[in-house]
Design a binder for this molecule. Structure first.
Ligand code: FES
Length: 76
């Protein structure tokens, strides 16, 4: 397993989003989040920066374990 990760250390993560940019930065207004939003951390969502569930396919195909960041209002 260690050799797998060592050999893939320099592999590009982002292969689709804003490839013309030196760095991809997105801004989301707090007002647009509403009660809950899921943000993509696998870089494969067609709705990036939001999660569209594509991480499930990626995990199944690769054995990876990535998933979204969920931002939600605290329940009081
Ligand atoms: Fe990327 Fe869900 S699609 S984390």
């Amino acid at each position: 397993i260690i050799s797998y990760f060592t050999s893939r250390r320099n592999v590009r993560v982002n292969c689709t989003h804003k490839l013309e940019c030196d760095k991809v930065v997105d801004t989301v207004d707090m007002e647009d989040i509403g009660d809950k939003k899921t943000f993509c951390r696998c870089w494969k969502s067609s709705k990036f920066p939001y999660c569209d569930g594509t991480h499930n396919k990626h995990n199944k195909e690769t054995g990876d374990n990535v998933g979204p960041l969920i931002v939600q209002k605290s329940k009081q």
